[in-house]
Write a protein that binds this ligand. Structure first.
Ligand SMILES: Nc1ncnc2c1ncn2[C@@H]1O[C@H](COP(=O)(O)OP(=O)(O)O)[C@@H](O)[C@H]1O
Ligand SMILES: [Mg+2]
Length: 165
């Protein structure tokens, strides 16, 4: 398991971190985001969209009410999904399951821990924690296959800790 811990001092930095990760992600990636309301998950997804398509984040909205929003303008399709309102559902809608398991698109899921059992075999897990005193965000990235070295290098200025276990 590769783990890196970052600190993002402000909203812009969280978007920049997302952008760097978006540039490195291969097609078929599944990104599980965890963290309370207001932790910065949607800001981070703006960055991912930007990494796939410069300027592509301009229209990005939160999928809280629509469950899934898909963007087709970038180097590959981005499915932005939110499990929050699916908390009490007996099962996930088929189109969401398809999006999660697509080997062509990138799927990024807010509140992913609500439906841990549908995660594909390979995932990248990203947790957001708020430092109440400073409004900084601690962002922990876990990849069971190890953190991509090029990505870690590009994130260098934000990294506070790295571990490979
Ligand atoms: N370091 C930071 N990183 C991300 N967002 C931040 C940060 N500091 C303040 N914020 C603010 O916190 C809010 C995060 O909102 P959002 O990304 O919608 O959260 P979530 O999707 O996790 O509910 C935004 O208003 C953003 O401007
Ligand atoms: Mg959100």
């Amino acid at each position: 398991m590769g783990t890196i811990q970052l600190v993002s001092p402000d909203t812009e930095s969280t978007i920049r971190i997302g952008r760097i990760i978006g540039q490195c992600l291969p097609r078929g990636s599944f990104i599980a985001l965890e963290g309370v309301l207001g932790a910065g998950k949607t800001q981070f997804v703006k960055g991912i969209a930007c990494g796939l398509d410069e300027g592509g984040w301009a229209g990005l909205r939160s999928p809280t009410f629509t469950l899934m929003l898909s963007y087709h303008g970038g180097r590959c399709v981005l499915h932005h999904i939110d499990f929050y309102r699916l908390n009490e559902s007996p099962e996930l809608p088929g189109e969401i399951l398809e999006a999660i398991h697509s080997d062509r698109a990138i799927a990024v899921v807010e509140w992913a821990d609500i439906w841990r059992e549908v995660w594909p075999k390979h995932y990248i897990r990203i947790r957001f924690e708020i430092d109440e005193d400073t409004s900084k965000r601690r962002i922990t990235i876990e990849d069971p296959n190890g953190i991509c070295p090029a990505m870690a290098k590009d994130l260098e200025e934000f990294v506070v800790e790295t571990a490979d276990t």
